[in-house]
Design a protein around this ligand. Structure first.
Ligand code: NAD
Length: 351
């Protein structure tokens, strides 16, 4: 299958292109390169280059019919990837996280590309009350512009479903683990990085919220499983992506980090705010529908993977806290250095 992968230079996208390519698919990558400096593994650049047959440096908002022509599937894992980056400017979030994927899906459908896979998020469940497991049909309670944009795409693109177009929405848990482009603003990666570089597992919230987690490799394999499933099993469907066992309260994740990283202690701010986003998620649908999807990474195993990598690469605090590993800080830097225009389009991008 020839797959157009938007966001292929991101945290998930770099691992996903490797996973899809290794499974025998051909990848056309597209990215505007917001986080160019964020590659952490020594083998990152080679792996990324070898995974794609063609790299398009372009804003997804400007993708043309020619760019996607000849592809069998369009997978969109681009966008402003968390609440803080999406809170910078509501206009950017609407354009990049809502209108752009909807336009890309329409372009794919008009071009006769049958499959479209979109990076949605479990954060659309938002502020759930209590400990009940939420399923795909449960009421949504978004608390951020980020989550509202994801819902907008699911609703709009969901309506495009038809005999010649099969969209699928991946409601990813919070992702963790080692990737080629690294993010340290995700909860497991962040807590493990704090513990390793400072000896303190620094909790930025009270830690009482439920948060499901999925490893970056499993999250990528879920997309592979969708693309390799019969269309009628996945068309118009939303899937929670993760495992029931990997629903934890943030404080439980912090305690796991404390157990695995030697010589560190928990540091919870006395007045740490309670995060209103709390959702405990059921993954029964993906387990029952995608028989070819077998996630294998627990949070515990992912913390150990990160710890081993940090030890091997001698990660220090300066590197861990560098802006390039934090989405919102990277975007703010692009703005202050004049590297983007008023619509957050990269200037002087190699096209
Ligand atoms: N990481 C998570 O925990 C998580 C959870 C749920 C959903 N998601 C979704 O998965 C997707 C990927 O997340 P990630 O963690 O890899 O984030 P990321 O920020 O590392 O990657 C996003 C990539 O998209 C690119 N991009 C952003 N806007 C673009 C545009 N307009 N044109 C071209 N390229 C653009 C960026 O340059 C970057 O390489 C996002 O849509 C995110 O909302 C992520």
């Amino acid at each position: 299958m020839k797959i157009f992968l938007a966001g292929n230079l991101g945290y998930i996208g770099t691992t996903m292109s490797h996973v899809l390519h290794s499974a025998g698919h051909t990848i056309v990558g597209c990215d505007c390169g917001y986080y160019k400096g964020g590659f952490i593994r020594g083998d990152a650049e080679t792996t990324i280059r070898e995974s794609v047959s063609r790299q398009i440096f372009k804003d997804v908002r400007d993708i043309s019919r020619e760019d996607i022509s000849g592809c069998d599937a369009v997978v969109d894992y681009s966008g402003l990837a968390n609440d803080p980056a999406s809170d910078l400017n509501p206009g950017w979030t609407d354009q990049i996280n809502h209108l752009s994927p909807a336009r890309l899906a329409k372009l794919a459908k008009e071009s006769g590309i049958r499959r479209f896979v979109f990076a949605s998020s479990c954060s659309i469940y938002g502020a759930q009350k209590g400990d009940n497991l939420v399923e795909e049909g449960s009421p949504l309670a978004p608390v951020s512009a980020y989550a509202k944009a994801k819902i907008g795409v699911e609703q709009e693109v969901g309506k495009m479903k038809g005999p010649d177009f099969s969209p699928t929405f991946m409601r990813n848990s919070t992702v963790f683990g080692l990737s080629y482009r690294m993010r340290f603003d995700l909860v497991v990666n962040n807590l493990t990085g704090w513990a390793y570089t400072t000896g303190k597992v620094k909790l930025l919230s009270a830690g009482t919220s439920w948060r499901p987690s999925v490893h970056v490799e499993d999250c990528s394999k879920a997309v592979l499983a969708v693309l390799e499933s019969p269309e009628d099993a996945v068309s118009g469907q939303s899937f929670n992506v993760g495992m029931d066992s990997e629903n934890y309260k943030v404080i439980d994740i912090a305690n796991m980090v404390k157990e695995i990283v030697p010589d560190c202690e928990l540091e919870a701010g006395k007045d740490a705010p309670i995060d209103p986003r709390s959702y405990r998620v059921s993954f029964r649908k993906i387990r029952d529908t995608l028989k070819n999807f077998t996630p294998s990474w627990t949070v515990r195993k992912g913390i150990k993977q990160l710890y081993d990598f940090f030890a091997e690469s001698k990660l220090d605090y300066d590197t861990f806290s560098d802006k390039r590993f934090y989405d919102v800080e990277s975007i703010k830097r692009l703005i202050s250095e004049g590297k983007v225009d008023g619509d957050l389009r990269m200037l002087g991008m190699k096209v």
